[in-house]
Design a protein around this ligand. Structure first.
Ligand code: ZN
Length: 145
């Protein structure tokens, strides 16, 4: 029997069990058929963030950003490029702190962009400021190793 990983669907919240050996095969949600690990950062709200942190079996890196923030917009394509490299061993998500200020407040985020790495239900690292794709990948691997 192969080991399975809990993968929470960012679209509908369903918990999927995916064999670890199948994570790279673009698994889809059993309920809503959305791609679970699309290789691009998924947009999440506060509730989905809480669910991913608490219930998902994969390490998670979240970019906290806002539309009015210039460095955030500069970093967006870098974060997308990093997602291609890190998926499926790490999930990458983006949370718009203008639309969801409660998440930024709960996590005491003082400047954006800020990236936070979560593993095993808790924050393991955070870093403020924009980074290029290579630095994001290196930081995530170091934080989650
Ligand atoms: Zn779903």
């Amino acid at each position: 029997m192969s080991e399975t990983v809990h993968v929470v669907c960012a679209a509908c919240g369903a918990e999927n069990r995916v064999p670890r050996t199948r994570l790279a095969d673009r698994p889809r949600c059993g309920r809503c058929k959305t791609s679970l690990l699309p290789g691009t950062p998924v947009e999440i709200d506060t509730r989905t963030l809480e669910r991913l942190v608490a219930r998902d079996g994969l390490p998670l890196v979240v970019d906290f950003w806002a539309p009015w923030c210039g460095p955030c917009r500069t970093m967006a394509p870098m974060f997308e490029a990093a997602a291609q490299t890190l998926t499926p061993s790490v999930r990458l998500a983006k949370l718009n702190t203008q639309d969801h200020p409660d998440a930024a407040q709960a996590l005491d985020i003082r400047s954006i962009p800020t990236m936070i790495a979560f593993r095993g239900g808790r924050e393991v690292a955070r870093t403020p400021g924009a980074m290029d794709a290579r630095a994001i990948v290196a930081w995530a691997r170091e934080a989650l190793s």
